[in-house]
Ligand binder design. Structure first.
Ligand code: AMP
Ligand code: ZN
Length: 500
């Protein structure tokens, strides 16, 4: 207990929210534009494939960021697009539209492809307890807004026509690439090395990108008239137009995966600021990648898993959520099934801890109750301090485990009373406002009575234990665990069972 007090005392007393801003490559105190209202934009999925667990790691991390901001007393308007047109095969704006290709391949309409995968995605969000955004707008339903933004860019002289569309002239935007922290030369070398660059007739600079793509003439849907001819919007312009429409031309936080820094977000900044002449976003936050068994997810390695795969193998999706929170969002995280198994054990341990709190019957008065509560409160403060320090989830989980182990030792020493157990349960529920692990269900869990055959085994084991036949008692305990998933705990009031 004492240790936690000392640590809190030693730590700097400033617990205000700090976020790492890719734009300046530093953590900075969070100060929203409007007093208590925060505008948050997260890049959503391109709805033409089953989202994989890497995508979902990013959305879990973004969900925790949103929950931490809310926990700091702000209300959040959260906009997350669903791309249903305009995302070309290469993020560097070459090739065909990903959805159009998928529609042709599957002989379906782009609309039905987008609806199908959007439903799959929102189902995954639900099973992972990710809060739904305030709105999930689609570019196909915002063509007038997109066209009017492109017109503004045109009026400011940043637009030119190339063979396959209207392009943004990045050479005219002085701070182009600032988000990457690289000089323009370094950025160009990087793009040349990393991307397949198709030559487009009339395109002036390798970093220039399409804002309006011309129709070939054989497209069946998702084609609109515009001042530049029939066609469809580019991918980057969609996020600028949608975020500005719902959050204003200058808003607080924009997030996405690290792969969006060099192209998608760099282009969003250039076109938005070119159009409005003012700063677009104050805080840019980027989520690092999930790798599988140390390798990038790829079809050829057959290591792409979905949330459905995890459910299919019988895992609780919230154990995956816990696993993802065990790493910091700016670090690469390695997914293994062994890691997921450990997360299952840890989560089940938390659930049975909560259930056991509800079973505490001790009503004795403890003279040191206040000391115990203070120690728990200190861990609670450190939990939120860690989260406010650029969303340090691994550290906050360590503080939660400290609450669990201090409470367990108090229980083992026979001291923990009902009021203290209730106090700890309340603290755990506060943690869960950010963690989203469904603690509430377990705090108030009513146990179903045991089936007669299991009850018989529990009683037989109790008789064996009392008559000191430990071999038999252990065998029955093992059988109960393996066959019926029942965990037994011997307490001074007799045996107690749990279903983890
Ligand atoms: P996309 O549909 O390709 O635009 O991807 C949706 C989101 O998932 C984006 O924010 C990507 O940066 C992110 N993402 C893609 N692959 C991974 C990965 N392996 N780990 C974490 N995030 C990813
Ligand atoms: Zn985006």
């Amino acid at each position: 207990m004492q240790k936690a007090f000392i640590r809190l005392f030693e730590l700097d007393s400033d617990t205000m929210l700090k976020l790492y801003n890719t734009l300046i490559r530093k953590k900075m105190p969070f100060k929203p534009i409007h007093d208590k209202l925060v505008g948050l934009y997260t890049c959503g999925i391109t709805a033409y494939y089953s989202p994989h667990i890497g995508n979902m790691r990013t959305y879990i991390n973004e969900d925790v960021i949103r929950r931490v901001i809310q926990r700091n007393g702000y209300s959040v308007t959260h906009i997350q697009n669903v791309t249903d047109v305009g995302h070309l095969v290469s993020d560097a704006d070459t090739g065909e539209d990903k959805l159009r290709l998928a529609a042709e391949k599957e002989h379906r309409t782009m609309r039905s492809i987008a609806d199908f995968y959007t439903k799959m995605f929102t189902d995954d969000m639900e099973s992972l307890n990710i809060l739904m955004p305030s709105l999930m707008p689609k570019p196909s339903e915002h063509i007038p807004e997109i066209i009017s933004l492109i017109k503004r860019i045109d009026e400011k002289g940043f637009l030119y026509k190339a063979e396959d569309g209207m392009y943004f002239d990045t050479a005219k935007f002085k701070s182009y690439g600032e988000l990457t922290g690289m000089t323009l030369k370094e950025l160009l070398d990087n793009l040349k090395a990393g991307a397949r660059v198709d030559v487009v007739k009339g395109k002036k600079n390798i970093t220039d990108f399409v804002v309006w793509r011309f129709a070939h003439g054989d497209e069946k849907e998702m084609i609109w008239d515009s001042p530049w001819g029939r066609g469809f919007p580019g991918w980057h312009i969609e996020c600028s137009a949608l975020s500005m429409k719902y959050l204003g031309e200058h808003f607080d936080i924009h997030t996405g995966g690290v792969d969006h820094i060099a192209i998608h977000h760099t282009n969003e900044i250039a076109q938005s600021e070119a159009a409005t002449g003012q700063k677009f976003v104050n805080y840019w936050m980027h989520m690092n990648f999930l790798v599988v068994e140390g390798q990038k997810m790829s079809k050829s390695l057959r290591n792409i898993f979905t949330v459905q795969d995890i459910l299919g193998r019988g895992y609780n999706p919230l154990a995956f959520r816990l696993f993802m929170m065990s790493g910091h969002y700016r670090q690469i995280l390695n997914f293994t099934f062994e890691g997921l198994d450990n997360a299952v054990k840890t989560l089940n341990g938390m659930y049975s801890f909560l259930e056991r709190l509800g079973e505490v019957k001790n009503t004795a008065k403890n003279l040191d109750t206040n000391d115990f509560k203070k120690a728990i409160t200190t861990h609670k403060k450190l939990f939120f301090k860690a989260l406010n320090d650029d969303i340090n989830t691994p550290q906050s989980l360590a503080e939660m485990h400290a609450v669990i182990s201090e409470t367990n030792s108090r229980k083992e020493s026979g001291k923990l009373n009902k009021a203290e157990a209730r106090f700890v349960a309340k603290v755990m529920l506060t943690f869960d406002e950010v963690l989203g692990l469904n603690f509430a269900e377990h705090v108030s869990a009513k146990k179903e009575p045991l089936a007669a055959e299991i009850k018989k085994l529990v009683d037989e084991r109790e008789t064996a234990r009392k008559s000191k036949d430990f071999k038999k008692a252990d065998e029955i305990r093992k059988l109960l665990g393996e066959k019926y998933h029942i965990v037994l705990e011997d307490t001074k009031d007799g045996v107690v069972w749990h279903k983890p």
